[in-house]
Ligand binder design. Structure first.
Ligand SMILES: *Cc1c(COP(=O)(O)O)cnc(C)c1O
Length: 397
């Protein structure tokens, strides 16, 4: 009998459409920080826990038998809490049965939405810099991304309406919007959203909105808060809105997210989602349902605390000689490194690690164009001592 020889199969284990999507920059930078003991202002995760009662609720749920598959659309109590949150906070009415779908974080929601909506060769308009999973999922769907660049204007990043209009073609199917926006920290204004909505209505696009930072906005001026695109005229019908508990309750490792959308969109997204994971996280879903109803005060406190951290880090970056963009929302501040004489973000990040023992993210990895070359993203969702130590070390540059 012939013996099988241990020959490596002659195949490329990674399909062509995923080539170029190696390890994410976050994993790479976090590994670097862990290996060298550097301060990690790269990956956006908080270094403190969510509300104690939220954690206890999950622990109790595990001890009390919430350990089997939850229903495909998500636990009814969580879907009801989500619908109540959208209604109370934004005046948006969604039926918990049929218009809410619980997902494995916002990441799965984005993936299932794009995979359900985009045919091979169809286009997705996306603002660059974009969250890294967007490019990979559009590619996995066989879609084509049409980036519209956000550029600094009067201290914040925004887009040129003419460029947005020019990005849309007859093959465009989806507009993928992230507001509050990672990594620029821009919270899109109502005026900006009106332009986006007009383009969607005019070209019959579906809007997919990534609203994971919906609570984390810092400007108290009127219009400074998050406005869901679905609240604009004619938009609820064509919007798949995505949220997540990770950022709101400082439990990024739980991966409980959800979409709210009209029934036919929810059915389409669920059709894909059921074969990605089917369902997940029964005990965490129960805990998040509790937190959405009962932990608003804790979230308000988080917001106040993050606003102070934003100022702490932004002031430190400015004092170190960096041109800093004080964000209106999210976990992140961006800086232009040319003011310190660096040619681009990658060179700066290398020097920052070597000389100051700090890890940050060169924003250029989130662009198709070269418009992001001078920018670096710093996370400020860290304990004050960590931010202070980083600011102190920045002087070494
Ligand atoms: C963190 C983040 C996500 C991922 O959310 P999960 O719930 O952890 O999957 C999606 N989009 C943006 C813009 C994020 O910053």
């Amino acid at each position: 009998m012939a013996t099988l020889s241990p020959v490596t199969p002659n195949i490329d284990p990674l399909v062509a459409r995923m080539q170029g999507f190696g390890t994410t920059v976050f994993a790479e930078m976090t590994a670097l920080a862990v290996r060298t003991g550097a301060i990690n202002l790269g990956q956006g995760f908080p270094d403190t826990d969510g509300p104690a009662k939220l954690l206890e609720t999950a622990a109790e749920a595990i001890m009390n038998g919430a350990n089997q598959y939850p229903p495909g659309p998500g636990l009814p109590e969580l879907r009801e809490a989500v619908a109540a949150q959208r209604a109370e906070r934004y005046g948006l009415a969604y039926d918990p049965t049929g218009e809410v779908l619980v997902t494995v974080g916002a990441t799965e929601a984005i993936a299932a939405a794009i995979l359900s909506l985009v045919e091979t060769g169809e286009e997705v308009v996306v603002f660059e810099p974009y969250y890294d999973s967007y490019a990979a999922i559009i590619a996995l769907a066989g879609g084509v991304r049409r980036p519209v660049t956000l550029r600094p204007d009067a201290g914040r990043f925004t887009f040129d309406p003419a460029e947005l209009r020019a990005a849309v073609t007859p093959r465009t199917r989806v507009l993928l919007l992230n507001s509050p926006h990672n990594p620029t920290g821009t919270v899109f204004t109502r005026e900006e959203l009106e332009v986006v909505a007009e383009v969607c209505r005019e070209h019959d696009l579906v809007a997919v909105t990534d609203e994971v930072y919906e609570y984390l906005t810092y400007d108290d001026a009127p219009g400074g808060a998050h406005v869901p695109l679905a609240t604009l005229p004619g938009m609820r019908e064509r919007t798949v809105a995505i949220s997540s508990a990770g950022k709101t309750f400082s439990v990024t490792g739980w991966k409980v997210g959800w979409i709210t959308a009209p029934p036919r969109f929810v059915r389409a997204v669920q059709t894909v989602k059921q074969f990605l994971t089917f369902t997940a996280s029964a005990p965490y879903q129960r805990a998040v349902a509790y937190a959405l109803r009962e932990e608003q005060e804790w979230v308000d406190g988080l917001r106040v605390s993050l606003r102070a951290k934003r100022d702490r880090l932004s002031d430190g970056l400015t004092a170190a000689g960096l041109t800093t963009f004080r964000p209106q929302g999210t976990y992140f501040a961006q800086a232009d490194v040319r003011s310190l004489g660096f040619g681009d973000g990658r060179a700066f990040v290398g020097a920052l690690h070597e000389r100051a023992g700090i890890v940050a993210i060169p924003t250029q990895v989130f662009y198709d164009s070269g418009a992001g070359d001078p920018y670096v993203r710093f996370a400020f969702c860290k304990r004050d001592e960590v931010i202070d130590e980083a600011v102190e070390r920045l002087r070494r540059l």
